[in-house]
Design a protein around this ligand. Structure first.
Ligand code: ADQ
Length: 481
């Protein structure tokens, strides 16, 4: 869907349904002559929410992706049938609130401290300031009694800020990343403010029951209050003053039908054959697809693969691992370091492995159009998804949705939310190189009947649990509180 420049801006107090996320669902392209053009960004959240944004006075509030002092821009005011409202941010706000507190403090802390979180008062202050900007914009736009759905770790304080400005609103909050256990979360210097911020919502949703349980435990500890959380049924946190907050797990998913339909088209099937041929027609094609992020365990699978070649368990003449990594958070130092490490690993492996003409390890650092990505999923025999910790991991679900002939294997980390839904995958502990190596060998060596039985079970589950069901599940629960 393309944004609409001439669409009407929404009036204050007019929106009956509001989605709030760090980013608007649009991307700017800056041409050589400085002209800015906008296109819809085709993320999973956008396709999940498009149906619920249609048919009512709905608005999506977020940042345009361009700092106001870098370039004055006026983002489009509509996208299809819903309105867009920009929260303008300066370069300094982006550095401190987004790259700083969100991505250098919360992201690593909530992902088991895979790298050490940084604690700085300045970035915290910016985080408070920007959350308030989002709350004020939302308070202005929402109609009396409107439903507001706030997304993710960049906006943890916003629910309570919004509630104090507009107690009439029905507020839902959804966390896309894991919520850590108490012993980690309690390190955060501003822990109580964060918990109180989230408890401003009527419903707080998580990817898994583990995240929801961790949150309830921390809330009870810090605020000395009761909760009735149960892994199977969710629960309530009882606040002083009698207000109750519903807490539950809502595992996110993808638009399964559209992925499967695209995978089945003759063009994508043909492109999948071409990809295999361009890679030298390997007997086994292994694939990794990730944002370039240290949580994703890209190094783990590359090392496991290299060791299998060195141990002569795999033949460099017949097997290829293709790793595709999308650029991500390139302004953050830790991400620059990660990219250097991965590329060093790939370079060393290229020099040391295989005969002349053989290139068992291939690497691409770029985002791909949806059709090309799906063609890679169709082409691959084994998908390697090995994060150290991941809220859900949509790549695993996309791969499963695209195996329309049930002929593919998934190697999946136990520490991805998706592992709870895919017990038929080859589950691995990414902290154990041996575990990953074993799973690769078993996935390659299994019988065709076993492979199909596993994939078919995963596809059946996924088809019944698509993203529309996720959005409806959350919004129904929010309507019921
Ligand atoms: P992410 O950490 O971004 O999401 P993930 O769920 O895997 O992780 O989603 C990545 C998305 O980017 C997928 O839709 C994938 O297709 C796309 N992508 C990756 N590499 C690509 C490439 N090279 N070209 C094009 N597209 C590419 C966060 C949480 C997750 C949670 C999601 C949704 O960290 O745990 O599943 O939100 O809630």
């Amino acid at each position: 869907m393309q944004p609409d420049r001439v669409g009407q801006s929404i009036s204050d107090g007019a929106a009956s349904f509001v989605v709030v996320a760090n980013r608007l669902p649009i991307d700017a392209t800056i041409e050589d002559d400085g002209l800015v053009t906008w296109s819809g960004s085709p993320g999973g959240l956008v396709s999940a929410l498009a149906p619920v944004l249609t048919g009512r006075e709905a608005v999506w509030i977020g940042w345009s992706g361009i700092a106001t002092d870098e370039r004055p821009v006026t983002p489009p005011s509509m996208m299809g049938s819903y309105h867009l409202v920009d929260v303008p941010l300066t370069t300094q706000m982006v550095e401190e609130y987004y790259e700083g507190f969100s991505n250098s403090t919360l992201w690593p802390l909530f992902h088991d401290r895979i790298v050490a979180p940084e604690y700085h008062r300045d970035t915290w202050n910016a985080y408070v300031e920007v959350n308030l900007l989002f709350a004020e914009r939302t308070a202005a736009v929402a109609a009396q009694g409107a439903t507001v759905w706030v997304h993710d770790y960049q906006l943890l304080l916003m629910p309570s800020m919004l509630r104090s400005l507009r107690p009439d609103l029905r507020i839902g909050f959804y966390l896309h990343i894991p919520f850590p256990p108490a012993e980690l979360f309690l390190q955060l210097p501003w822990r109580q403010r964060i918990i109180e911020g989230m408890l401003g919502a009527d419903l707080v949703g998580f990817q898994t029951p583990f995240g929801a349980g961790n949150f309830c435990e921390v809330a009870s500890l810090l605020l000395d209050i009761d909760n009735t959380f149960d892994r199977d049924a969710g629960g309530w946190v009882d606040l002083d003053g009698g207000r109750r907050v519903r807490v539950d797990a809502f595992p996110i998913s993808i638009d399964v039908v559209s992925y499967a339909a695209l995978a089945a088209t003759p063009e994508v099937q043909q492109r999948a054959r071409e990809i295999r041929s361009e890679l030298g027609d390997p007997k086994f094609l292994l694939l990794g697809v990730d944002r370039m992020d240290y949580t994703k365990g890209i190094d783990v699978r590359l090392r496991a693969f290299v060791e299998l070649l060195e141990d002569q368990m795999l033949d460099p003449g017949t097997v290829v691992l293709m790793q595709i990594a999308t650029p991500s958070r390139e302004q953050v130092e830790e991400y620059q370091r990660l990219r250097e490490d991965i590329e060093l690993l790939v370079g060393r492996a290229a020099g040391a492995l295989g005969e002349i003409g053989e290139m068992p390890l291939r690497y691409m650092y770029s985002g791909l159009p949806r059709e090309e990505l799906v063609a890679f999923y169709v082409a691959a025999d084994v998908m390697l998804v090995t994060p150290f910790r991941d809220g859900m991991n949509l790549v695993a679900k996309e791969y499963v949705a695209c195996q329309v002939d049930d002929n593919g294997s998934l190697v999946l980390s136990e520490f991805a939310g998706a592992a709870l839904e895919f017990p038929q995958a080859w589950l691995v502990n990414p902290f154990s190189q041996e575990s990953v190596k074993e799973a690769i060998m078993t996935a390659i060596g299994t019988t065709s009947a076993d492979r199909r039985r596993r994939m078919s079970a995963m596809r059946t589950h996924l088809t019944r649990h698509d993203v529309a069901r996720w959005a409806k599940g959350f919004l129904d629960a929010l309507a019921a509180v």
